[in-house]
Design a protein around this ligand. Structure first.
Ligand code: NAP
Length: 282
């Protein structure tokens, strides 16, 4: 039985972060100012605390300063908007990351929109989404951006290919579909109301699983030789694709962990340095 080639996101992410660290050091040498990412967290959800800490650690290792703003769980939308507006206006901050989810009492969209587009290194504003969809310069959502980098690294040209994106969230499914469309793939979105998901997935040359359901995409639904990108992460290192069956049908496949996951932070760091370079004007 044939085995797909693994797409080594961990290795590619490491190379992107090394290159990013060199650019961060260069910026500091030239201007005396290191790039700075502000992280904003509302409340103390343990998973969110861990994610933010991980991002701060990676920043430090890459020579990017991080400034953390911890807000109490009861923070109102207006208070959060004020915080993000102040960070947007602060010339010593080059990128802003609002850790989400922010809690049901907050208007998340209003909060995201308080982030200045030139500091939206997580690619969450309407402005970033439209620029990305129109193929204009701007910051992309980090996970979709990381997925496209992985495809490029393995010489997968989406042009003319049938791409099926399973999931349509604002941070993952929708934007990755738009990026694939921008690269001339024929894109189909699937979601919880899709009927006969299997038959749609079977058509795909490129499958992106961004669905949040463990092992939903089964090997028997993978077209032989297809490229399988598993963006999902569930407890126990389980993705949204049934890896053991898919690996015998796919041509290329991302492992979980070590596939898409590490690419997300790498793109976040890279976009922070790009933001700093643009804002400082070097
Ligand atoms: P989400 O907001 O929960 O969206 C899930 C999407 O899947 C929705 O569009 C939903 O459809 C669709 N869906 C749910 N059940 C389905 C089913 N049975 N058949 C077809 N579609 C179905 O999730 P997300 O934030 O996009 O995350 C998706 C996965 O990616 C999760 O496993 C998450 O852990 C992972 N993730 C990884 C990274 C990373 O850095 N690697 C970053 C973000 C997320 P409806 O729209 O109809 O509800």
């Amino acid at each position: 039985m044939s085995q797909a080639q693994l797409m080594d996101g961990a290795g590619l992410a490491r190379r992107i972060v090394e290159e990013t660290a060199k650019r961060a050091a260069g910026l500091k040498d030239r201007t005396g100012m290191a790039p700075c990412l502000a992280t904003v967290l509302v409340g103390e959800d343990p998973a969110s605390v861990t994610y933010v800490r991980m991002k701060q650690n990676r920043c430090r290792k890459a020579g990017i300063e991080s400034r953390h703003v911890a807000l109490p769980a009861g923070t109102t939308t207006a208070e959060l908007v004020d915080t993000l507006t102040a960070l947007s206006a602060d010339p010593t901050v080059h990128g802003i990351l609002l850790q989400h989810p922010v809690g049901p009492h907050i208007d998340e969209r209003a909060a995201f929109e308080a982030i200045a587009p030139d500091k939206d290194v997580d690619g969450v504003t309407l402005s970033s989404y439209s620029a990305m969809s129109f193929g204009l310069p701007g910051f992309v959502s980090c996970t979709p951006g990381g997925i496209m980098r992985l495809l490029d690294e393995y010489d997968v040209d989406p042009a003319g290919k049938r791409a099926v994106v399973v999931g349509r969230s604002a941070i993952l499914g929708k934007p990755v579909g738009m990026l694939l469309l921008g690269r001339d793939a024929t894109v189909t979105y699937c979601h919880s109301r899709t009927t006969d998901l299997s038959s749609v997935v079977r058509e795909a040359d490129i499958v992106v699983a961004a669905v949040g359901r463990p092992r939903l995409i089964r090997g028997e639904d993978i077209k032989p030789g297809a490229v399988v990108i598993d963006a999902g992460y569930n407890e126990g290192n389980v993705g949204n694709v049934d890896f053991d069956t898919a690996v015998t049908r796919a041509g290329l496949i991302t492992p979980v962990p070590g596939g898409v996951g590490p690419m997300t932070i790498a793109v976040l760091l890279e976009q922070t340095v790009t933001g700093a370079e643009r804002q400082v004007g070097v």
